[in-house]
Design a protein around this ligand. Structure first.
Ligand code: MG
Length: 375
């Protein structure tokens, strides 16, 4: 398989509910959709999860656009992709471009998608997985009062969600978690701290030990591993690393020194499927639990995450919920919906491109860049 053309689409897709970040309120999901066309006329697609502002990692839509257009897409020129091994090799060669893993993931996952279409092999099979039912959890943002929070948690349980995740921060941790724990009984409950604590806060984090949380996600600095090991020694609740894990080497180091018992594996954050498979295998061999969080992906990214979730060691519920929770109109057709309440089923798709609603994609595109590649 050779790629003859690449089109980048910068999109903004209206969100069902506005998203609040430190940069204000966002009404649209911004992303780059990468479309690759092969010489035989097949199409691969993927979503780059870099956000508008560099608040989750250092990447943004603008940096990913630049790196994709000027480095990653030209690197496909004249290259042959016959099997997954060729994609692993391409990813290894991209080490000379430091970082920019979200940009790399956009192109890399589009290559897997194109290979699935070209070889008429279900994507999950190419990745080494199997059809399975995937439990889905929900992430609930901070609420103004306890009643609103409890109502949201109860409603989510009523819809079948298999785990509740609450965002926490110093001085807004034990009390909201405790009130929700009492309301939902023994439904799995976890906390995401998004790096808002330091080692000075160990007492506050230790106080959560009595709440039987599945995990506390990323309590300390976004780029730390060592302090998390100190914290994990002092608290019983399993620590989960999200932002800190960008590569299989990060995963190996973190699990070896006991910095975490769980990894939130987002393919967009680690450079795509090749590195995700390696992290999956490392987590399995070192006995860590694994789950796949979300980046507010459109249906394209969501279907790719679902394909990855076909691998056996994703033991905990995902945050990749159905389309209607995030978007009024998703850009895949049909949109992603529960197979049974709280569960999604891995779909045997020979590439996610087969599910893209191209009219909807064009409608939410505000910039495109087409590159013709040579033999
Ligand atoms: Mg997180």
């Amino acid at each position: 398989m050779r790629i003859r053309r690449c089109t980048l689409h910068s999109i903004s897709l209206p969100l069902r509910e506005p998203m609040r970040t430190s940069y204000g309120i966002h009404r649209d999901k911004h992303a780059i959709v990468v479309v690759l066309e092969t010489e035989c006329g097949h199409t691969g697609v993927a979503e780059c999860v870099a956000m508008m502002h560099p608040t989750y990692t250092e990447e943004s839509v603008e940096t990913a656009w630049h790196v994709s257009k000027d480095y990653l897409v030209p690197s496909l020129n004249g290259r042959e992709f016959q099997s997954p091994t060729d994609i692993f090799d391409w990813f290894a060669d991209m080490r000379n471009i430091r970082g920019h893993r979200m940009a790399k993931a956009g192109v890399e996952m589009a290559l897997w998608d194109a290979l699935a279409a070209e070889t008429q092999t279900p994507l999950h099979e190419l990745l080494g997985g199997q059809i399975r039912d995937v439990p889905v959890g929900i992430s609930i943002g901070m609420a103004d009062d306890a009643i609103a929070l409890v109502n949201r948690a109860r409603a989510a349980c009523g819809e079948g969600y298999q785990r509740i995740k609450l965002k926490i921060a110093p001085n807004a941790d034990f009390s909201p978690l405790n009130v929700v724990r009492e309301a939902i009984g023994d439904v799995p409950l976890m906390a995401d701290a998004n790096s808002s604590y330091t080692l000075e806060d160990i007492a506050a984090l230790k106080a959560l030990d009595g709440l039987s949380l599945t995990m506390i996600e990323q309590p300390l600095a976004y780029d730390d591993i060592v302090d998390h090991a100190e914290l994990q020694r002092r608290v019983q609740t399993p620590i989960c690393l999200d932002e800190s894990i960008r590569s299989v080497d990060d995963a190996r180091r973190a699990l070896t020194i006991g910095a975490a018992k769980v990894i939130n594996l987002k393919p967009g954050r680690v450079g795509g499927f090749s590195e995700s498979i390696r992290i999956h295998d490392t987590a399995r061999s070192l006995g860590a639990d694994l789950w796949c969080g979300g980046m507010y992906e459109t249906g394209i990214g969501r279907l790719h995450n679902l394909a990855l979730l076909s691998l056996p060691s994703f033991t905990l519920p995902t945050d990749n919920g159905p389309s209607h929770r995030y978007f009024v109109h998703d850009i895949v057709n049909p949109s992603i919906e529960f197979d049974k309440p709280g569960w999604l089923r891995v779909e045997p798709l020979c590439g996610v491109a087969s599910r893209v609603n191209w009219v909807s994609l064009r409608e939410c595109t505000n910039r495109t860049m087409m590159t013709q590649l040579h033999r």
